[in-house]
Ligand binder design. Structure first.
Ligand SMILES: Cc1cc2nc3c(=O)[nH]c(=O)nc-3n(C[C@H](O)[C@H](O)[C@H](O)COP(=O)(O)O)c2cc1C
Length: 186
């Protein structure tokens, strides 16, 4: 079962997770268990291998409050052999020097502890000055959403992102197509 963990202060990430991303992932036949950060237990990271993480950015480049409180714990977790896709909400006009920084803060910490990230996302279609979420190749570590200014793009962005990661998620969950499975055995 894929684990989707998210934090939310004003429920925008909750809305995107519950009403947009989870239904889209389920349409691909993927089983999802979701939790808010406060419900994460230490063994969750040991007992599962595939995670989707949702993080809004707050207060000039900070993590959302629950992720902020959880961060010291997260920095001690071994993410070796774990695959993680991350999405984040931000406000590219109001906070253009810190746009979706939370994506970058969590991705960097998880990568440092061995995680394999999937679901990098192009930076076209946004206007901002700086973001810690950008990789050296200019793509975001994960899906960047802006419910404050570009809510009308959220659904399409989510659909494209889900379509792009679904084949890999299915493969990891042993739900790959017959062709994928044969290729793996070869
Ligand atoms: C006081 C405040 C500070 C914020 N700081 C940032 C920021 O530094 N970077 C950013 O991209 N978005 C920032 N935002 C925008 C939020 O990330 C955005 O509204 C998000 O959708 C909130 O998600 P949530 O309701 O799930 O908490 C800020 C919003 C507020 C109200």
């Amino acid at each position: 079962m894929i684990q989707l963990y998210y934090g939310t202060d004003t429920n925008k990430t909750d809305h995107v997770a519950q009403n947009v991303l989870i239904p889209m992932l389920k349409e691909h036949g993927l089983d999802i268990k979701d939790k808010v950060v406060a419900e994460i237990e230490a063994d969750d990271w040991k007992n599962h291998d595939v995670f989707i993480i949702g993080v809004p950015t707050w207060y000039y480049g900070d993590l959302q409050s629950d992720w902020e409180a959880y961060f010291p714990t997260l920095q001690k977790i071994d993410f070796t052999n774990k695959t993680i896709a991350i999405f984040g909400l931000g406000d590219q006009w109001g906070y253009d020097e810190w746009f979706v920084d939370g994506i970058g803060i969590l991705a960097d910490a998880m990568i440092a502890n061995g995680a394999e990230m999937i679901g990098a996302w192009p930076n076209e279609g946004y206007t901002f000055q700086k973001s810690k979420a950008l990789k050296p190749d200019g793509t975001f570590h994960g899906l960047a959403l802006d419910e404050d200014n570009q809510w009308d793009l959220t659904e399409d962005r989510c659909q494209q992102w889900v379509n792009s990661i679904a084949p890999e998620l299915k493969r990891l969950m042993g739900q790959g197509s017959e062709v994928d499975n044969l290729e793996e055995k070869a």
